[in-house]
Write a protein that binds this ligand. Structure first.
Ligand SMILES: *[C@@H]1O[C@H](CO)[C@@H](O)[C@H](O)[C@H]1NC(C)=O
Ligand SMILES: *[C@@H]1O[C@H](CO)[C@@H](O)[C@H](O)[C@H]1NC(C)=O
Length: 576
């Protein structure tokens, strides 16, 4: 997963595993929420009422366990084989081998074909070809932009929209200075009886290998899909995915048309225990993003005869204004957090009464349309701390500043960059308009021209505001309808079929972006979901490793089972 929150690792040990930190960050936020919510709230000591809110309950009815309608003998044999030690052993070797190939992406990578550091992907491709021979015989493989892998398993029914399974080939680098901090060398792929260790073992070569194993198993069993299955693996997700996903997604749009794909599953959130309940939390939403650059230009001169205010002073005034106003904390009607809380109220034994009450109130009122009124539910949930609050609020952070070159010269040019992660319900324009409103009176006060997002990045005697190219809207929210045969309902039914009825599937939210950012036009049904789960090692805070990226083999085999069943359930589904 690409970096989602500003990471501030100081210790080398932490830095060594920042990839791991990133990959579990959304998990962490949810855990943080749990820990807070589990604590009895002060002044609310009444006994938790056993009867749950009907309104809330009706919105999180879980689908039955979902199995494919028919299963022939060879598919049955295959399913049994996935549960054996022989499969587990073989799977360990396959995944471990993938981890051993260092496919690091570096921030300063040059163009594909020029920078030799891309070429580690060649070895990875060779490895996949040797490890999954049937796939490489039976499926069409296209290499997009040299390293992007696009496998197509043509289904027999052209009228069915394809299913796209994603992952990425690259990993974040391990700085040389941190190698010693690893319990097992980062590219060893060491297996210790429980875990496979190494960079990329859980972010996310595990998902790539699990998907490949799934297809290989199905081919082996003579399976013939009706619905086309496409595997799309980028190779630079950790540095924003422009070369990989950025070139793969257009091929799919071109080939299948807008919304021409039934569903996408990519890396993302996983399983979590909270309010006394195990949840599977497929990511159905991502926050937006915009960096705003502000440049103040004022006349220079000798500092012995200064103006009252220099560009540094003027920009400082604006920065103070920016920091004095926070964006609103609120849950838009479409926020998946609302769905998660509804599922909590319906199914979790320890869901806090105070939240339940506020949730009931919210469900009974029409909509959260009145933006002026404080959102009591969001504010109550936000008490858990900033990591939860910022799932419900646009963040702002003044991160980079520069101005002035010489102590006896007035600074003619001062700049600042403000980073924003945009709340569901807000847009980049929300941010831009807000900053424009703050800058306007300051520009007037100092007789400077204001260029607010008008294309002028800077000009003499002006305050200029411009947005970064990395600006990204909030991702379209994946529908989480459980009443019809939707991809979400199939995902939920598959998950419960694999892990049991005690698992509740609820909408999850991502604070960062995966490669799916390029795939929004491909389908409305995008799930950022790591479907592997090992209750013994993934429970609660045990899932957060600040060092030593690793994956339990139980988790990995669970992921393979999940994909086998999901592919088959999707194949038979009448999605209209
Ligand atoms: C799996 O691997 C373990 C450890 O290497 C070994 O003891 C066991 O016999 C293997 N099982 C099978 C079925 O290959
Ligand atoms: C403001 O600036 C304009 C030119 O940019 C100048 O003509 C005008 O005199 C200035 N006004 C004040 C009050 O400084």
């Amino acid at each position: 997963m690409e970096k989602s929150l500003p990471t501030t690792e100081q210790a080398p040990r932490a830095a060594a595993s920042k990839n791991r930190v990133r990959s579990t960050i959304s998990t962490f936020l949810l855990v943080a929420l749990t820990l807070y919510l589990l604590a009895p709230s002060i002044g609310d000591t009444r006994h938790h009422h056993p009867q749950k809110h009907d309104t809330a309950k009706s919105s999180c009815v879980q689908p039955p366990l979902l199995f494919p309608p028919t299963t022939d003998e060879s598919l049955q044999r295959m399913w049994q084989y996935v549960g054996t030690e022989a499969f587990k052993n073989a799977s360990i070797v396959r995944h471990s081998g993938a981890v051993k190939i260092d496919t690091s992406s570096f921030d300063d990578m040059g163009p594909v074909g020029e920078d030799k550091r891309w070429d580690t992907r060649f070895a990875f491709h060779d490895y996949l070809a040797a490890t999954f021979p049937r796939m490489h015989e039976g499926l069409k493989l296209e290499k997009v932009n040299t390293f992007g892998l696009l496998y197509t398993w043509q289904g027999s029914d052209e009228s069915l929209k394809p299913l796209v399974l994603m992952s990425h080939q690259d990993v974040v680098p391990v700085p040389a200075s941190t190698v010693d901090a690893w319990t097992h060398p980062p590219f060893s792929g060491h297996y210790d009886g429980t875990f496979i260790w190494g960079r990329g073992s859980s972010d996310c070569k595990n998902q790539l290998i699990a998907v490949m194993e799934t297809v290989e198993l199905l081919l082996d069993a003579g399976y013939k899909p009706k619905r086309t299955i496409v595997l799309s693996f980028g190779f630079d997700e950790e540095i924003s995915g422009k070369e990989g996903a950025g070139t793969l997604a257009p091929v799919l749009i071109d080939r299948y048309g807008e919304n021409g794909v039934a569903a996408i599953v990519d890396e993302g959130a996983g399983f979590n225990s909270q309010w006394g309940q195990v949840f599977a939390l497929p990511g159905v939403a991502e926050k937006g993003y915009t960096d705003v650059h502000v440049t103040v230009r004022t006349p220079g001169g000798h500092s012995s005869i200064p103006t009252d205010h220099t560009s540094i002073g003027i920009l400082s005034e604006l920065i103070s204004k920016i920091e004095s106003v926070q964006y609103r904390t609120y849950l838009a009607d479409e926020s998946p957090l609302l769905g998660l809380m509804q599922c909590g109220a319906s199914h979790a034994p320890d869901f806090p009464p105070k939240l339940e009450k506020l949730l009931g109130k919210r469900s009974n009122s029409l909509h959260q349309t009145c933006k002026a009124r404080p959102d009591d539910l969001a504010l109550e949930a936000a008490k858990a701390g900033p990591s939860v609050k910022y799932l419900m609020q646009t963040s702002q952070a003044v991160d980079v500043i520069s101005g002035g070159v010489k102590v006896n010269a007035l600074p003619e040019r001062t700049t600042v960059t403000v980073n924003h992660r945009i709340n569901i319900g807000d847009t980049p324009e929300t941010v831009w308009e807000h900053l424009t409103a703050l800058a306007k009176p300051i520009a007037e006060k100092y007789n400077l021209t204001l260029h607010a997002f008008d294309g002028t990045k800077e000009a003499p005697l002006s305050i200029s505001l411009s947005a970064s190219e990395t600006t990204l809207n909030v991702a379209p929210i994946t529908p989480t309808d459980l009443d019809t045969i939707s991809p979400y309902a199939i995902l939920a039914g598959t998950t419960r079929a694999i892990y049991g009825e005690h698992v509740v599937v609820a909408p999850g939210m991502m604070t960062g972006n995966t490669d799916t950012r390029y795939y929004w036009p491909v389908t409305k049904h995008i799930f950022r979901f790591g479907p592997g789960y090992d209750p013994a090692t993934d429970a609660g805070l045990g899932n957060i490793h600040t060092v030593d990226e690793r994956i339990s083999v139980v988790n990995h085999v669970g992921m393979v089972k999940w994909f086998v069943l999901f592919v088959r359930n999707m194949d038979g589904a009448d999605l209209g």
